[in-house]
Ligand binder design. Structure first.
Ligand code: SF4
Length: 311
């Protein structure tokens, strides 16, 4: 398989076939982000020949007797039929409609049983497609895309250089709804900065309540020295939320969401694992966060954060 650099995928895409169609990020400007710093370039599209050869290779895993025997000898489980493909790269949804269509057709050619195709996307990637194109992408299988919206707090979005406003989140999510493409959001607790965590959560809840994400995956901001944000802090332009404040922010977000969605905190950056459906589990989740906050030791939580070397 042609995998370049660190491959990131949402935890819930663990059983999807990961197909690299882009590498890096077209935006590459968010101040806190170091995810694709290991690449010697900013963004690249994979050649169609590489994509096709990866599909062929993946197809062989499931059908080639030698590959199956080798997996068995290594104690690996028998490969399951591929039902979902997740396109790898920071924002493959930026690709032109034509290229996304070609990729979907190739996927269906090699894996006729595939039911859906996911990818990471930026809000600005959705804006590049017409309504008709989004609808056709839905018919081609694109569904359950994951958008790192991070927050609905305009002040934080602007400072972090995210490249869109909260109103854009509402508009583009509405266009995905209309096209039938479901989506998940990533939220980033801590992005609003010291003493603004709960305010950022309230603004985010207000924005998210006007959208329909299947799931909101929340992470906690972890600042690495290579990031532009680290320099902003050193220059005194921004201050980080404490760990207890990040937990209070997450609690405020959960308490103020009025939509039906699933909320999860997966990944190493989180100090607590939260999993539940809203609104049914709202009280339970807020209650457990409340208990944690009341008994939390900021120094101990901080120690976890500073010792985190990789997300
Ligand atoms: S859009 Fe995502 S991958 Fe790209 S710089 Fe921002 S956070 Fe990083």
């Amino acid at each position: 398989m042609h995998y370049t650099g660190t491959i990131w995928r949402p935890p819930y895409e663990a059983s999807s076939l990961l197909l690299q169609v882009t590498a890096g990020c077209t935006h590459h400007r968010c101040k806190f982000c170091t995810l694709y710093d290991d690449l010697p370039f900013r963004f690249k599209m994979s050649p169609m020949e590489d994509i096709e050869s990866d599909l062929l290779e993946a197809q062989l895993w499931g059908t080639d007797p030698v590959a199956m025997l080798s997996a068995r000898l290594q104690g690996l489980p028998r490969p399951e039929a591929v039902r979902r493909v997740f396109l790898v790269g920071a924002n493959p949804f930026v690709l032109t409609f034509r290229r996304l269509k070609d990729i979907a057709e190739l996927i269906h050619q090699y894996f006729p049983m595939v039911e859906s195709i996911g990818s990471f996307a930026r809000i600005t990637d959705v804006a590049l497609k017409s309504d008709e194109q989004l609808t056709e992408l839905h018919h081609l299988g694109y569904d359950g895309i994951t958008i790192g919206v991070e927050t609905g707090d305009d002040q934080a979005l602007a400072f972090m250089d995210k490249g869109y406003r909260s109103q854009d989140i509402v508009e583009q999510a509405g266009r995905l709804d209309a096209a039938g493409i479901s989506y998940n959001f990533f939220y980033l607790a801590g992005i609003s900065g010291a003493d603004r965590g709960v305010e950022g959560a309230l603004k985010s809840a207000e924005v998210f309540n006007r959208t329909h994400p299947l799931l909101i995956g929340s992470s906690m901001l972890t600042i690495f020295p290579e990031s532009r944000l680290y320099q902003e802090i050193r220059q005194g332009n921004w201050a980080e939320e404490g760990e207890i404040e990040k937990l209070a922010e997450l609690k405020a977000l959960i308490e103020n969401l009025t939509i039906s969605t699933r909320i999860v905190t997966d990944g190493a950056s989180n100090l607590i694992q939260v999993r539940g459906n809203l609104p049914e589990d709202q009280e339970r989740l807020a209650g457990s966060l409340d208990r944690l906050i009341r008994n939390a030791d900021e120094n101990a939580l901080r120690e976890y954060r500073v010792n985190l070397r990789h997300l």
